[in-house]
Design a protein around this ligand. Structure first.
Ligand SMILES: NC(=O)c1ccc[n+]([C@@H]2O[C@H](COP(=O)([O-])OP(=O)(O)OC[C@H]3O[C@@H](n4cnc5c(N)ncnc54)[C@H](OP(=O)(O)O)[C@@H]3O)[C@@H](O)[C@H]2O)c1
Length: 248
């Protein structure tokens, strides 16, 4: 990880859960981390907690549902930090509701955050890496096992559709980057099963309650560190991981 110290990472959805855990690890390893979410006060609190570590965490407000806010975020980061070397597309959500009875406006939000914002941030991050001719750049998409199989739970069927789309985005980006050798920019994704976060509680309108089932968010952050630690000529494509006891 030493080669990433002092370089800039963007982590979306940094306020809680997996995103906050990724920020913690990247800051410990000396990166300048731009954490964004709607609840930027929570990121500021994490930043204070991490003061004294090798790197630093800077909080930005950004609602990924709004593409103008994404453009503003990247423009501000460029002005203040020069650009982005690592882009972790972590923010994601779902709402309860089946395909037969779900709310179309909620699906639109899922598509905006889980798919469109991911493609938008990846495009702007890669543009930033190329403009500065970086030695090495990395995009990491936090996908899901639901980007590989459809769980028998109607509440996550539309979410699974969004995560299958992410799987396609990751492979599409890989192909486009590989088509322009020698590319110094890699793309990878991580596909977790259950993780102890509040994603399900939020879907049920109970924010703040963390699921007891699942692996720890730090396990996902460790997978991010693994991807960044691999040699530049090695493309880690996707890491699937689940709790040992998870059946689906
Ligand atoms: N937990 C699991 O079991 C699990 C399993 C597989 C994959 N994942 C994936 O892991 C990623 C992180 O999920 P998590 O479990 O850590 O969930 P979480 O605890 O609910 O956190 C979700 C994060 O996404 C952010 N977010 C949601 N909507 C946003 C918006 N419109 N604009 C900006 N940020 C937004 C939230 O920040 P604000 O609310 O502050 O905006 C929060 O920081 C997601 O992509 C999820 O699909 C999770």
């Amino acid at each position: 990880m030493d080669r990433w110290a002092g370089r800039v990472a963007l982590v979306t959805g940094a306020s809680v859960g997996i995103g906050a855990a990724i920020c913690r690890e990247l800051v410990k390893h000396g990166m300048i981390v731009i954490g964004c979410a709607r609840n930027d006060k929570q990121i500021e609190a994490l930043s204070v907690e991490l003061a004294g570590q090798a790197g630093s965490l800077v909080a930005f407000h950004c609602d990924l549902n709004d593409s103008d806010q994404i453009e503003t975020l990247f423009a501000t980061v460029r002005e203040q930090f020069g650009g982005i070397d690592v882009c972790v597309n972590n923010a994601g959500l779902y709402f309860t509701g089946s395909l037969l009875n779900g709310d179309v406006e909620k699906w639109r939000t899922i598509l905006n955050v889980n798919v469109l914002a991911v493609a938008h941030c990846a495009q702007l991050a890669i543009r930033s890496m190329r403009d500065r001719n970086v030695d090495e750049g990395q995009v990491i998409n936090i996908c899901s096992l639901s980007g590989h199989r459809v769980p028998p739970n109607p509440d996550v069927h539309f979410y699974a559709a969004s995560k299958y789309a992410m799987t396609a985005l990751t492979e599409g980006l890989r192909q486009e980057l590989a088509a322009e050798p020698p590319t110094k920019i890699r793309v990878a994704q991580i596909s977790p099963g259950l993780v102890q976060t509040e994603i399900a509680a939020r879907a049920h309108n109970e924010p703040g309650r963390v699921m007891e089932l699942g692996v720890e968010a730090k396990n996902i952050a460790d997978a991010v560190l693994y991807i960044l630690s691999t040699p530049p000529e090695l493309q880690v494509h996707d890491i699937l991981l689940r709790p040992t006891a998870q059946r689906t």
